[in-house]
Design a protein around this ligand. Sequence first.
Ligand SMILES: Nc1ncnc2c1ncn2[C@@H]1O[C@H](COP(=O)(O)OP(=O)(O)O)[C@@H](O)[C@H]1O
Ligand SMILES: [Mg+2]
Length: 303
Amino acid sequence: METVIRVDSLGKTYGETVAVEEVSFEVGRGEIFGVVGPNGAGKTTIIECLTGMRSPDSGTVEVLGLNPLKNGDDLRRRIGVQLQQAALPDRLKVREALELYSTFYDSPADWRGLMDRWGLTEKRDTVFSTLSGGQQQRLFVALALLNDPEVVFLDELTSGLDPQARRASWDLVRDIRETGKTVVLVTHFMDEAETLCDRVAVVDRGNLVALDTPAALINGLHAESSLSFSTSNGFDPARLRHLPGVSEASRERDRIVVRGESSLLAPVAAELDRRGVAPRNLKMEQATLEDVFLTLTGREMRD
Ligand SMILES: Nc1ncnc2c1ncn2[C@@H]1O[C@H](COP(=O)(O)OP(=O)(O)O)[C@@H](O)[C@H]1O
Ligand SMILES: [Mg+2]
């Protein structure tokens, strides 16, 4: 895989605050790469160094083979950035913002197409200040895509959005990748990173504490998974104990609870099917990226 971003021993200090300390990672073309961690971890600082908005104190960064500080103009033509703390003039209309921003580029993408794809056509004559949080975010992403960038940086894209708007944004992030772009997704939502990202860099207090696919990080915990369901009283859970991946099966009140490896689902389902047992209200609980963070740092991922 072609490497589009190289970060090597990046460090950045603000006065007494060490925001980023010796962070290294690489991002391959076409990835959705997550930079995840709690508020204050140093995520935005990393993105600012990658996009030429801040100069690192130590280490080197390279994006598309360019030094963001030395080749800033060349780089900005080829990347798109949606910033965490972005704003537009209150009275600027959606259509005007897109049209204006597209004049900044030599060969801009079709702004009407972007307006449509990001669900903003209906709001084309609405001024920025009266857009909902989700609409403002979508407008910022559309603006970040105007130069048809190869790499797109999205910083806390879904903060402040309701669950439905968040899920809609996730689909749009996948869309961006489908068009061949590399996405760097910064988020403090672990579920978002787990759902969307091919690989994640977990950052805590300025340090990289893990770097892998969400599945590998979760499997690495060797945490127990559990499957539970209700069924007729006659079913004996002991019949499931010999199955591969199952370490324990018992009746807890009106439910059967099966514990073991995350691979237990298929053999349990097959066994139930073979015996003609139809499980009801089936639930599977597995470790998540939140658990990975807790295990690595000893702290919960709360703000
Ligand atoms: N411009 C700044 N001046 C001083 N301290 C800052 C500045 N920007 C960020 N920090 C501090 O650096 C640390 C990392 O911040 P940031 O990169 O914004 O983290 P994140 O994006 O993960 O929330 C925090 O302790 C924050 O308070
Ligand atoms: Mg931030």
